[in-house]
Design a protein around this ligand. Sequence first.
Ligand code: C5P
Length: 407
Amino acid sequence: MLEGRRIALGVCGSVAAYKAADLVSKLQQAGALVDVILTERAAEFVRPLTFASLSHRPVYADLWEPTGEAAARHIELGQAAEALIIAPATANTIARLAHGMADDLLTNVALVTSAPLLIAPAMEGHMYTHPATQANLRTLEARGAIIIPPEVGHLASGEVGVGRFPETATLLAHIRRALARTGDLVGRRVVVTAGGTREPIDPVRYVGNHSSGLMGFALAEEARDRGAEVTLIVGAASAPIPFGMTVIHVGSALEMRDAVLKAIAGADALVMAAAVADYRVEHPADHKIKKGSREENADGTLTLHLIPNPDILKEVAASPAAPGLIRVGFAAETHDLAANATGKLHKKKLDMLVANDVTKSGSGFGVETNEVAIYHADGRIEQLALLPKTEVAAAIWDRVAPLLRTR
Ligand code: C5P
């Protein structure tokens, strides 16, 4: 989604200025056209050439340079920008922006542009929490600016406190979300489940599965990037949790069921990519089961009695909470893929079932790719090529978006 998008990046004179270089690099790698604008002080921390080498584009530093070329450029830069992100933003620049000052190229561009303005403050903790800085941030927020809160951690001053510049991934997620304001899921509420459930055996053990959460996370991020308001319900997952959405953590299938039934109220679509355990231990022990304990059989074996979990998708289909909810399920199969997939599509009353053969290489748990077939309620079956999970996610939303328009 960043391919060919014009992003203006303002860099201020904070020690964190060098971290903006990584942001430029990641944006450039994703295909964005990044116009870096340095404040006078920023250029003392990091040389313009560093940014130019990473963005492969000119870097702008001074409105009042002798030829006046940059001065004329603020209009072009402001108008072309699809998002203006100021990262790191210092207390001084935040104050200048709050008061509408136009004393350098960056503040001029900020006044010219109608693109979303994102501000990532990074400064010493007391400067950040000072009522003046906070009031300026609230002023900017009231005008529609998106404030990316600094994190708590080690600051350049040697202290530990609030004011740390966020990770590049966090900044990128905010930029993607700001650009998504025109996506085909704008105004839609979607619920995505991801990861695996853990069915307790006793307080320290569980029955689990190999789900990494990657497919569900890709779906949630793609929906966010297309403008949806996303609720992500996540069980056990090894992949990093995405930003820019409501995240609800659950453990067992029963907890996931409760969370899903609550989240679908008022939602437009539910995509269940979670690996939900079909069975749970009937009576989990309330203490750690030890060798030789009363749970053990006479011959030293241990029997876990498993009972079926409720089928969440079936319950959703029967629930009056979300009439017209588009429902998408996943099926990981090891054999009889087509018969199992068609059976599940009908039994769970789904609009779409995304099926994959987890015995195939490059498909299923823990890998970045997936080879799926999409079974539609109207009987159509589409076989997709082996694709990165991010592209599988895009293909799924490409098919859900038109269905949403018909309901
Ligand atoms: O029946 P099976 O577990 O293969 O179905 C997989 C699909 O059903 C997935 O979308 C999964 O998230 C969902 N599911 C569910 N409730 C269960 C088990 C699976 O909603 N108890």
